[in-house]
Each structure stands twice: as structure tokens, then as C-alpha cells.
Ligand binder design. Structure first.
Ligand SMILES: Cc1ncc(COP(=O)(O)O)c(C=O)c1O
Length: 435
């Protein structure tokens, strides 16, 4: 089996997992040799209501008997129903939507709308962000991955992320006061060629280490955008549909963007994304000839899955549940922090939580060897977690994002596995055998 993988598949990231998955249900995946693993990454953060939720399965089955795919100018009932449902969840002016497939694509559409509407092309991203691998979105990926693919999109500009635990401008310590934002915009103004178009930001910077901007950050960002005639784009690929304990992340900050993108968390595991904007921006772009015709724009089958997902989130009160389970998860992780010196920081919102490992709480030197060892040991003991980069590209931050339907017992099981893995791997790393 391993040989086959080497022979036929293009390797697109690190090496493949050392097992084959044969089944997935709720917060669990099962391997072909019968092992059960708790999935605290929700797949790629997409199994929002658990793997293979029966309502997603039923919606897809129904679409399979009715209509899967259409020419892009033809619409279907699931698409109309989902468009109406989604826009009714959002405040004005986010009244118009286009249904797409992936997060990168949704951001690409956001950027194309912003550029066409403003007639400008400079787009500002935050360091430590991730927005997808299409050329425009990828140019604003600042959590890494640029080397080897040639130039970025002209006009890609950057401000430092409000990473309070490791302040990028060495100013704050633990509580960001937004000086990085002011300093960042001074730099932007000096770099700009007079074509400032938009800022794109995640409400919580996930791939960059689960960085939670402080209260007031996005309000000030909104002002800075407005002063310059720039649009504000929120990328809610990971934060939309309840993950942060609110239906959308921006609700927690009281700031409504001009353009909103959602993706991963919308399809319940089926590829589905959406970009929203105002009637005014949509009308202006349509008048100017806006075009985004792709093979699977507005496809009925994924729309049916999205509709089912929203219904389940509402009927099962999963937004409120994510908030409560998130508090429980953080409390359990803070208990671990009291006993494990190597846990430098626990942070997050709702069920998107980061745990940063350090060699020493004083110096905050990233414990990447330990991080990798704990991650591998957790997997061996039945817990799958992501490890993402924090300072200096070090892989030392666990990103924990179980399905919103996770139970307290499952959280207890996961925290127990982490506890044992931290104890055993700290001993091994301490002896130098993993160095
Ligand atoms: C915040 C954010 N935006 C966009 C993307 C890209 O989404 P996709 O991989 O579906 O293109 C990701 C993927 O990790 C993401 O985390």
C-alpha cells in the first residue's frame, strides 16, 4: 500500500499519514486496520458538524437523485434556497452571494470584486495569514509557502499580525495594544503607489498560530480602511458557521466587512464556498462586466449540503454549544498548562484553540522538537491534531478544532492523551534522544 502511494500520487505537502482511513463518523475516523482516532482537526476544519453527518448524507443522496451539476447560467432550488438562507443570516450590506467551491477561490472572487469596484489593485494582508493557493490569494498567504513559485501579485502589501505572545514589533507582552496596526499602516502608506484597494483578514488567524486579535483591533482597521477608501474583506474559511461560538467571527468584534468569504466550514465535508458583498458593489461590478464563470459555480449538490449544514447548526444550537465546549476545552488545557512547564500559551475562541509549546516560559523559545514528538505520540495513541508554525517558522503550536458536535467526554479523552504524550515525550526530549 505504501509503495502504491509513492508510485502514483504527487506529494503535495509533508509525507502521507502512515495509515489508510476507511470510515469516518462524528469526531472519529477509523483506519483500515481497525484503529479509532479522535479527529481534533475536523478533517481540514471542514467536518463542522462531524464526519458523515446523516443530514449531510441525506442531502447529498437527494441531490444525487435530482440534479448534481448544471451549466453555470442555470439555477436550481438548492442554490436559491441556500443563497436566501445565508444572506438572511448576515447583516446588511452583505446581501448578495456567489456559491463557489474552495476557500482560495472565494478569496480570489473577493479580490476580483474589490479590484473591479475600486479600480485599484494594492491589497494588504496580515503576516501569519493563510488565504489559499490561487495566485491572488496565495500572494497574501503570509504564514509561508512562497518560495519556488516566482513573483507574487503586484500590489501585495503586509502589516504585522497582532500576535501578543510574540509581539512582531517587540512592543507588547501578552496583551496587544494595536501599535502594530498603526505602525503597519504607516509602512503601507509609504509603500503604496496610490492604489490602495482592500485589506483581507481572518477574524482569528488560524494557520499562523491561532492568533486572536484584541478587542478594538478590527474597529480601528475598519477606520484605517475607510480613511483610505479601502474595502475590508473578512476571510471566514475557518471561523464561519459557529466555530468561534458565534455564527460568524466578525460578530464577536462588532465590525461588518464589505466583502465576506466562507468555505471550509460550510459544506459539512463537501467542497462549498461563498463570497458575499453589498448590492452596491455587486451592481457596480456587474455593470463593469464582472466575470467569474467556473466549472462548478452554483452547483446544486454542494448547495444542498450547505443548506443541511446550516439547518443542523441552528436546530442543534451548535453555535452556543461550540462556545460552551470551547470554554470547557480551554479550561481543561489550562489545567494541563499548570502541570506542564512546556505549555507556554493557551489561546483561542470557541472551538478554535491554540496551544503553544516552549522550551522555557521565560525565554519563550519554541519547543519544535517536542511539538513534533507530542503530535506523533498523540496520533499513535488515538488523537489527531494539527501542528502549525509560531515564531521563526518553528512548528510548535497545536491547532485544535474538533467538530462543533464534540462531547465533553471526547474532549476529556483528547486532553488525557495530550497529558500522557506531553509527559512521556518531555522525558524523551529531555534525555536528548529526540534532539
Ligand atoms: C483562512 C483560510 N482561508 C482560505 C483557505 C484556503 O481554503 P482552500 O484550501 O479551501 O482553498 C484556508 C485553508 O486553510 C484558510 O485557512
Amino acid at each position: 500500500m505504501h509503495d502504491d502511494r509513492e508510485r502514483f500520487l504527487i506529494r503535495y505537502a509533508r509525507e502521507f499519514a502512515p495509515f489508510i482511513v476507511s470510515r469516518a463518523r462524528g469526531a472519529w475516523i477509523e483506519t483500515s486496520d481497525g484503529k479509532r482516532i479522535l479527529d481534533f482537526t475536523s478533517g481540514q476544519i471542514c467536518a463542522t458538524i462531524g464526519h458523515n453527518h446523516p443530514r449531510i448524507v441525506a442531502a447529498v443522496e437527494q441531490a444525487l437523485t435530482e440534479v448534481i451539476h448544471l451549466n453555470s447560467w442555470m439555477l436550481s432550488e438548492p442554490v436559491l434556497a441556500l443563497a436566501e438562507r445565508l444572506t438572511s443570516l448576515l447583516p446588511s450590506p452583505l446581501d448578495k452571494v456567489i456559491l463557489l467551491n474552495t476557500g482560495g477561490e472565494a478569496n480570489e472572487v473577493a479580490l476580483r470584486l474589490a479590484k473591479m469596484h475600486t479600480g485599484r489593485f494594492e491589497v494588504v494582508g496580515l503576516t501569519r495569514s493563510w488565504h489559499g493557493l490561487q495566485a491572488g490569494a496565495a500572494s497574501l498567504n503570509l504564514a509561508g509557502g512562497h518560495a519556488g513559485y516566482g513573483p507574487l501579485m503586484p500590489g501585495s502589501l503586509t502589516i504585522p499580525a497582532p500576535y501578543a505572545y510574540r509581539c512582531p514589533i517587540r512592543h507588547c507582552d501578552g496583551a496587544c495594544d494595536c501599535t502594530c496596526l498603526e505602525a503597519g499602516f504607516e509602512t503601507i502608506d509609504q509603500q503604496s503607489v496610490g492604489s490602495l484597494c482592500a485589506v483581507i483578514a481572518e477574524p482569528v488567524l488560524s494557520a499562523g498560530g491561532v492568533i486572536v486579535p484584541p478587542a478594538g483591533y478590527f474597529e480601528r482597521l475598519r477606520e484605517l480602511c475607510d480613511e483610505r477608501g479601502m474595502l475590508l474583506i473578512f476571510d471566514e474559511a475557518q471561523t464561519g458557521f459557529g466555530r468561534l461560538g458565534a455564527m460568524f467571527g466578525f460578530e464577536l468584534y462588532g465590525v461588518v466587512p464589505d466583502i465576506l468569504t466562507v468555505s471550509k466550514t460550510l459544506g459539512g465535508g463537501i467542497p462549498l464556498a461563498a463570497t458575499f458583498t453589498s448590492q452596491a458593489i455587486e451592481a457596480d461590478c456587474y455593470r463593469k462586466g464582472f466575470m467569474h464563470v467556473t466549472s462548478h459555480v452554483a452547483d446544486p449538490m454542494p448547495a444542498a449540503a450547505g443548506l443541511a449544514l446550516v439547518q443542523v447548526i441552528e436546530e442543534d444550537c451548535l453555535v452556543e454549544q461550540a462556545r460552551k465546549r470551547g470554554e470547557y476545552l480551554v479550561a481543561r488545557l489550562e489545567e494541563l498548562q499548570e502541570r506542564h512547564e512546556q505549555i507556554g500559551d493557551v489561546r483561542g475562541k470557541g472551538l478554535l484553540v491554540g496551544v503553544e509549546l516552549v522550551e522555557d516560559r521565560g525565554t519563550r523559545k519554541a519547543a519544535d522538537v517536542l511539538g513534533a514528538a507530542v503530535c506523533d505520540e498523540c496520533l499513535r495513541c488515538g488523537l489527531s491534531m494539527n501542528i502549525v508554525r509560531s515564531s521563526g517558522g518553528m512548528l510548535n503550536c497545536f491547532r485544535i478544532a474538533p467538530p462543533l458536535s464534540v462531547t465533553e467526554e471526547e474532549i476529556d479523552t483528547a486532553v488525557g492523551i495530550m497529558d500522557e504524550a506531553l509527559t512521556s515525550m518531555a522525558a524523551v526530549v529531555g534525555q536528548g534522544s529526540l534532539q
